[in-house]
Design a binder for this molecule. Sequence first.
Ligand code: SF4
Length: 71
Amino acid sequence: MRMRIKVDRSVCAGHALCAAREPLVYLLDADGYCNSDGVLVPSGLEEQARRGAMVCPEAAITLWDEASSDS
Ligand code: SF4
């Protein structure tokens, strides 16, 4: 089962806490906003993805079960 990251760019405020907490999962663009929208979480880093989403103060990050989103 694969997990995909969804970032609501309309509410992402560029705090960069996601990338600071879990730099193997979350990347930032040149302006410091999360640039991981639509990215598949690398296998084995699912828990790190959850932790990074939890520290976002804007609740901008949602994690999708790829299997359920494909059906
Ligand atoms: S912590 Fe949240 S608001 Fe900050 S860059 Fe990451 S997704 Fe955007």
